[in-house]
Design a binder for this molecule. Sequence first.
Ligand SMILES: NC(=O)c1ccc[n+]([C@@H]2O[C@H](COP(=O)([O-])OP(=O)(O)OC[C@H]3O[C@@H](n4cnc5c(N)ncnc54)[C@H](O)[C@@H]3O)[C@@H](O)[C@H]2O)c1
Ligand SMILES: O=C(O)C(=O)C[C@@H](O)[C@H](O)[C@H](O)COP(=O)(O)O
Ligand SMILES: [Zn+2]
Length: 364
Amino acid sequence: MRELNVNLGERSYPIYIGQGIMEQIGELFAKHGISKGSPMLIVTDSHVEQHHLPNVIRRLEAAGYKITSYTVPFGEQSKSLRVLEDIIAVALQAGLDRKSTVVALGGGVVGDLAGFVAASYMRGVKFIQIPTTILAHDSSVGGKVAVNHPLAKNIIGAFHQPELVLYDTSTLQTLPDRDVRAGLSEMIKHGLIWDANFVAWLEENAEKLVHLDAEALEYGLYEGCRVKTIVVSQDEKEHGLRAILNLGHTIGHALEATAGYNELLHGEAISIGMVGSAKVAVRLGYSEHIYTVTKRILQAFGLPTSLPQHLDTDEIMSAMMHDKKFDEGNIVFIVPTEIGKVEINKNVSAALVREVVEQLKLEV
Ligand SMILES: NC(=O)c1ccc[n+]([C@@H]2O[C@H](COP(=O)([O-])OP(=O)(O)OC[C@H]3O[C@@H](n4cnc5c(N)ncnc54)[C@H](O)[C@@H]3O)[C@@H](O)[C@H]2O)c1
Ligand SMILES: O=C(O)C(=O)C[C@@H](O)[C@H](O)[C@H](O)COP(=O)(O)O
Ligand SMILES: [Zn+2]
C-alpha cells in the first residue's frame, strides 16, 4: 500500500492507494477515529452500487459500523441541489447526528455531492472519500465539494476536507473505457502543470494505462495524487498557487455547462480546454512545442481535442463569465509556459479566448 499525506495542520489526512486495500476498510476507519456509535451514510451512484457497494457495506458492518446507503442516478446531473436535498432527507430519516460520517463511494460526481452533504449537514460532519474512478485521484483530494447550477459548474459548494482517502485500485477494473480515458485527462493535467518527466512517462505508458495495467495505473495515480497533494498542502483555499489545478478548466467548465452537463464528460471537456490553453500560450508567444506535445499526448489517450461544432460560441463565452475564475473582472487563465510549468495569467482577454474557442471547432 502506498501512502501520501495532505498537510493542512489539524485538517491533515492520509491518502491510501493500493490494490485490494478495501479489505482493510474497517481497521483504517477505526484508526482514524471514525465513530461506530452514530449512523454512517454511504452515498454512491447506480453503477457503483452494482459493482462495489455490497462489499463495502459487508466489511463495514462486520467491523461494527451502522450503515445506511443512498444511491443517486449516475452522471453529472446528480450534482444538483435537488439531489442534495434528497440525500439530506435520507440522512435525517436515518438519524445521522453530528458525530456521523458521510462516505462517498464513487467517482467525482459522488465525491463532490456527498462532500457537500457532509459540509452542510448540521453545519458539517466527517467525510471519507472512497474513489472508484481514475478521475477521482484528483477529485477525492483537496476538499473542493460542490453541486452545479444550470448556469455554472460547481458554483454552490465549500471546502471540506475528508478524514482519509481510501483508494482501492482494483475497483477501477470495472470502469467503462470512456471513463478510463476521461479520468486520465486529469492525470495528464497533473503532469502538464508540474512535472515534464511525468508527462514523458505518461506518453510512453499510454497503452498500458488505457488498458488498466495494474502497475502502471498505481504509479500514475500515485504521481497524480502526489502533485495534487503538494499544491493543496501549500494553498488549501485557492488564494494563489492552487489555481494551477484549473489548467483547461476555464474553457472546459464552460463547455460542460453549455452542453447541458450530459454530452461531454468532465475529463473530455478538460482535454479540449487544455488544447485551448496551449493555443492561448502560443498566441502569447510561448513555444509551439507546448501545443504539439499537449495535443499529441491527449490524442495518444484517445481524448477529444476539438470542440463540438454545434456548441454556440456566445453561450460558451457567457458560461465562462459565470465561472469562479474571475478576479476583479479579469479571466484567470492558466497558461502553460513550457511542458510541466504554467503561469496564472490575469491578462488574457476574452477576445483572445473567444478566437481560440472558434479555432478549437476547426481542430482535427
Ligand atoms: N472536487 C474536485 O477537486 C474535482 C476534481 C476533478 C473533477 N471533479 C468533478 O468530478 C466529476 C467527474 O468525476 P468522474 O469522471 O469520476 O465522473 P463520475 O463520478 O460520473 O463517474 C464516471 C462514470 O463511471 C461510473 N463509475 C464510477 N466508478 C465506477 C467503477 N468502479 N466501475 C464502473 N463504473 C463506475 C459512474 O457511475 C459514472 O457513470 C465532475 O463533476 C467534476 O467536476 C471534482
Ligand atoms: O482541486 C482543484 O483546485 C481543482 O481545480 C481540480 C479540478 O480538476 C476540479 O475540476 C475542480 O473542481 C475545479 O475547481 P473549480 O473551483 O473551478 O470548480
Ligand atoms: Zn477537473
